[in-house]
Design a protein around this ligand. Structure first.
Ligand code: ZN
Ligand code: CU
Length: 488
């Protein structure tokens, strides 16, 4: 009998393989960057062994909604993500990506582009190809698949943003989208909820996104409206998907403002209906507060607002807006004007909606974390352990197999990340070992950057990047490309 030999052998794990099938006991043998075998490997040997007794081995988590375009360079250890068990991020969401650079206008970064670059100089990639090459040359600890943003394109080509793009401008943006897709981007994102893209009519988006059809890309959107017109926005999103014949992703689905609390019953019913006719999927973060740039129009919809950063007044980071107004001796409206540009956390969602959306069968998990905020929303450090510990184990919203599926197999399928998201022989060795009894988020609205508990070991492309509560320093991350591009 020949004795199997592996580079890495994980012994005695409770394996939850990302397909939603029931857990089983077993060992995982890794050779190079791939899983060679899964099963009873007790007679095998390895250069390196990990005893996973009492721990779950799951596929590495896929954070489908991130703004990590720059963190992949500026903090390549990716600790906020790795410490949660995340092994792949989808960057370039909400219409904002670092490519294509606005060129000479890169110095004047309009919100919300400043969520990616609040200290200048990061909008320096003339094309998606250039961004991808730079990231491949200096890899991060984890994998990234990238969207390119329609808002970034608008800032790059239009002199005024408060109007629809002209035919010539649309042609330029479409060329940017085509270059990006040909260079391996996986789709285009929009953020028509934000002023720089709010004047873009549906037809502009369809034309800019036209190359998605030929390259098999995804249309991903922070919808035009998530409050009173949320239904109309879902219909617009689906219409764009139908006219391009591409899958759509509704980002961070929610129903905002007290008037709309409870309406997730209605929105999910509509999404379910559309799903029977066309590919639609959605993601969600596990919190009742949202976070983005500071905007006056959000105040009326929020029961509480916390400042996350302020360019002119960094001392107010982490302070409630009503307290800021008190200290400045002015109204909240005046305070907003005084401390802008700034970011904020808005308590504007209903817990029942959050739970209903999370529990919806097709909902994936996305953090929407903002890595460059001085006092970020805790979702940056807590999203995945919070779903596993709080919503799955403590509130029993769904089984652990389902929770893992929402973070692994489901997003890998929807985003076309082949060889990822499922533990099986032949797939990439992206593996997270965690303690199902202990796993929990530790970041909250006061201490928002505390690493989560219970995530023990994180392996990316066969190499441990997180062990014993610390980053290992390895940088095995890859840029995951739109694979259908090779058929072109
Ligand atoms: Zn967004
Ligand atoms: Cu976002």
């Amino acid at each position: 009998m020949t004795i199997q030999h592996y580079d890495l052998l994980i012994r005695n794990a409770t394996i939850i393989n990302g397909t939603r099938t029931p857990r089983f006991q077993g060992d995982i043998g890794v050779r190079g960057d791939k899983i060679a075998d899964i099963g009873d490997l007790r007679n095998a040997q390895a250069d390196r062994e990990i005893d996973a007794t009492g721990h779950v081995a799951a596929p590495g988590f896929i954070d489908v909604h991130t703004h990590d375009d720059r963190m992949l360079f500026s903090d390549p250890a990716m600790t906020p993500k790795v410490s949660q068990g995340v092994t792949t991020v989808i960057a370039g969401n909400c219409g904002i990506s670092l490519a294509h650079s606005p060129g000479p206008r890169a110095g004047v970064i309009t919100p919300p582009l400043d969520l990616l670059d609040n200290d200048g100089g990061w909008f320096r990639f003339p094309s998606f190809g250039a961004y991808r090459e730079a990231l491949s040359a200096t890899p991060a600890a984890i994998n990234a698949a990238c969207l390119v943003g329609h808002t970034t394109f608008r800032v790059a080509v239009m002199d005024k943003l408060e109007r629809p793009a002209t035919k010539a401008e649309i042609a330029k943006m479409q060329a940017m989208a085509r270059e990006s897709m040909a260079s391996g981007a996986i789709g285009v994102s929009t953020g028509t909820a934000y002023p720089p893209a709010a004047s873009a009519p549906t037809e502009e988006i369809i034309e800019v996104c036209r190359p998605l059809t030929e390259f098999g890309g995804l249309y991903v959107t922070h919808m035009r409206n998530e409050d009173d017109q949320v239904i109309e926005s879902i219909e617009e999103t689906c219409a764009i998907g139908r006219s391009l014949n591409v899958p759509v992703v509704i980002s961070h689905h929610k129903t905002v403002g007290i008037r709309n609390h409870g309406r997730s019953a209605e929105t999910l019913a509509l999404i379910e209906q559309r799903m029977r006719e066309q590919p639609v999927c959605l993601d969600c973060y596990p919190y009742i507060a949202s976070s983005t740039v500071l905007r006056y129009d959000r105040l009326a919809q929020s029961s509480r607002v916390i400042i996350t950063w302020s360019k002119p007044h960094p001392e107010f980071s982490g302070i409630d807006l009503d307290e800021v107004a008190r200290r400045l001796n002015m109204s909240e409206a005046q305070a907003v004007e005084k401390i802008k540009p700034a970011g904020a956390i808005y308590f504007m969602l209903d817990e029942k909606d959050v739970q209903r959306i999370l529990a919806f069968d097709e909902t994936m998990i996305g953090s929407d974390g903002l890595p460059h905020d001085a006092k970020p929303h805790p979702r940056l450090w807590g999203t995945f352990p919070r779903v596993l510990g709080h919503y799955c184990r403590d509130l029993k919203l769904f089984s652990l197999e389902t929770a893992v599926y929402k973070m692994t197999g489901l997003p890998a399928k929807k985003f076309g990340l082949s060889g990822r998201g499922v533990l099986q022989s032949g797939s990439y060795a992206d593996i997270t070992l965690f303690d199902a009894a202990l796993v929990i988020d530790a970041a909250d609205f006061k201490n928002s950057t505390t690493p989560a508990k219970g995530i023990d070991t994180v392996i990316v492309n066969g190499q441990p990047v997180w062990a014993q509560g610390k980053a290992t320093g390895a940088r095995p991350g890859r840029v995951l490309l739109n694979e259908r591009r090779t058929a072109h």
